[in-house]
Write a protein that binds this ligand. Structure first.
Ligand code: ADP
Length: 268
């Protein structure tokens, strides 16, 4: 770690202000670099387990696999599973880093919220017939949000996938939409296991999983919510969570409506 800070001076003039500002900037840069380093470290850590598992199976195959159909079968299955996990990890990490460049690449994108939510709602109903999806639409007009359609879809899919993964016996999920003059809110509610107060903030952190052993079984990388949060915030929105253990969770995303549309909606 190189220290690029300049010596602070207390002459109380422009020069001392400048030195102070410069050091502030260096500190911010340093924090950013530390975060990146932490990210690379976390990623390496997450990839180490699946790589080690695949390696173990390949070694076993090399030794006994050729003559033992059972070893052959199990090793191939397990290796494929781990490869699948690595693939999803890598693709989620790419999503996370790409979310940094939204303003440049998706500045002109617009999405009709009602249309998109309906499409996702119907898709999920079809893919998960064992669940009862309930729609509670409280939208006035047809608000348009300045967001790339696939990104809004990705956020909703992350929340709905989680709602499904962490539901228990009560297989019911509510999607509700509402708007004010300036914002649209989409909420996803499940009646599953819920999240304890002390974990409410942490679930949005990269690689954070409440129950590491179980989540691994279910194939989660602990990146979904950090992607959803990053994307929402890049589009000047926010994501919030209300939950209690045993009764379920509500995730809410709020996004600004396209500016010149505000008047139209308020006149209705
Ligand atoms: P994962 O891929 O593990 O689901 P996420 O970032 O999407 O990663 O979520 C992080 C953790 O937050 C999950 O491992 C789980 O413990 C918790 N979580 C997320 N959504 C819910 C939910 N709807 N109900 C209960 N717990 C949840």
């Amino acid at each position: 770690q190189t220290d690029l800070r300049v010596p602070e001076i207390d002459t109380n003039d422009e020069l001392s202000d400048l030195a102070h500002e410069f050091n502030d900037m260096i500190d911010r840069m340093q924090r950013y670099i530390d975060q990146q380093r932490q990210f690379v470290e976390d990623v390496s850590h997450e990839l180490r387990t699946p790589v080690a598992v695949v390696e173990g199976h390949l070694k076993m195959l090399d030794r006994w696999g050729k003559d033992d159909p059972q070893v052959l079968d199990e090793s191939i299955k397990a290796s494929l599973e781990e490869t699948q996990r690595m693939k999803s990890l890598v693709s989620e990490m790419l999503d996370l880093t790409r979310a940094d460049q939204i303003e440049i690449n998706y500045a002109d994108e617009k999405t009709n919220v009602v249309q998109l939510v309906n499409q996702v709602f119907n898709d999920f109903k079809m893919i998960h017939p064992e669940f009862n999806f309930v729609m509670d639409d409280d939208i006035t007009g047809e608000p348009i949000v300045p967001i790339y359609r696939n990104h809004l879809e990705q956020i909703l899919v992350i929340l709905l996938d989680n709602a499904i993964k962490y539901s228990k016996d009560r297989k019911e999920i509510h999607i509700s939409t509402a708007n004010t003059k300036k914002t649209v809110e989409i909420a996803v509610q499940d009646f599953g296991e819920g999240i304890a107060e002390e974990n409410l903030k942490q679930v949005f952190n990269r690689f954070y999983r409440i129950d590491k052993a179980r989540s691994r079984d279910q194939g989660g990388n602990g990146l979904g919510l950090s992607i959803a949060k990053k994307l929402t915030e890049e589009y000047h929105g926010n994501i919030s969570l209300e939950s209690s253990v045993g009764s379920g969770s509500i995730f809410r995303i709020k996004l600004p409506i396209i500016e010149d549309q505000q008047i139209e909606i308020s006149e209705k």
